[in-house]
Design a protein around this ligand. Structure first.
Ligand SMILES: C[S@@+](CC[C@H](N)C(=O)[O-])C[C@H]1O[C@@H](n2cnc3c(N)ncnc32)[C@H](O)[C@@H]1O
Length: 224
């Protein structure tokens, strides 16, 4: 059974119900992704070479660590603004830090830096987070982002849940989302650094794997 989220410090005021309990969060994700829920985690885990150190930004309650990464990476660190999610990750045995990515704190360096289903929280200006991920990664940056999500569901109750359900607390609402064209536009300047890009089974998320060394090289080559 998943440990209760609430044993850490309480979530900040304004945190959506979905983010208040690990079980509630997973339930919503299962409704959203249906039979493809397991595949979305596997698609990202498959891109992590074994034995590497991993920094996962916005890991939520830690499903990727718990299901796939705990026994195949050298060090795993999850960084999330939600203290309950951080506490849960620590109980699972992971390193975890409470970090608001809209703040100025530098990111810990790791071989692989991951963010799944969270880039929309940083719209507008998601490229700033992407640049920070590239600066923190030695080998790989993995972005997996919904391109069709709950808030665009044709089922009105799911759409409402998707719009209101994912506020981490504190900040303004997060109504803006990516569609595939918008995500492709964000990633286009990183074409030279892109190792692979694909949609997960069901087509709800698109995964981009970037090589930060290639990004740095192409930038140096562009310098006059
Ligand atoms: C939709 S959940 C995704 C969780 C997990 N990656 C997954 O795919 O199931 C978004 C996560 O981003 C976190 N988050 C939102 N805004 C943040 C911020 N400014 N800094 C750090 N984490 C943030 C939330 O607390 C939540 O855990």
């Amino acid at each position: 059974m998943a440990p209760a989220l609430d044993r850490g410090r309480p979530a900040p005021a304004g945190t959506s119900l979905v983010y208040r309990s690990a079980r509630g969060y997973e339930l919503v994700m299962r409704i959203l992704y249906g039979r493809h829920y397991g595949a979305r985690l596997r698609a990202v885990a498959d891109q992590v070479p074994p034995g590497r150190s991993v920094l996962e930004l916005c890991p939520g309650p830690g499903a990727l660590y718990e299901r796939h990464l705990h026994d195949r990476v050298s060090v795993y660190t999850g960084a999330d603004v939600n203290p309950g999610f951080v506490a849960r990750l620590r109980r699972l045995g992971a390193e975890a830090i409470e970090l608001d990515l809209t703040g100025p704190e530098p990111l810990p360096v790791a071989d692989v830096v991951i963010m799944q289903a969270s880039l929309y929280h940083f719209l507008p200006g998601a490229e700033i987070v992407l640049e920070r991920m590239l600066a923190a990664a030695r080998e790989r940056v993995i972005i997996a982002e919904p391109i069709r999500n709950l808030s665009s569901s044709r089922v009105p109750s799911l759409a409402a849940l998707g719009r209101r359900g994912t506020d981490p607390g504190g900040a303004a609402g997060h109504e803006q989302r990516f569609d595939e064209a918008a995500l492709d536009r964000l990633m286009a300047p990183y074409a030279a650094a892109t190792v692979t890009a694909f949609t997960i089974p069901g087509g709800r998320e698109k995964v981009f794997v970037l090589d930060p060394r290639r990004a740095r090289r192409s930038r140096t080559a562009d310098d006059p």
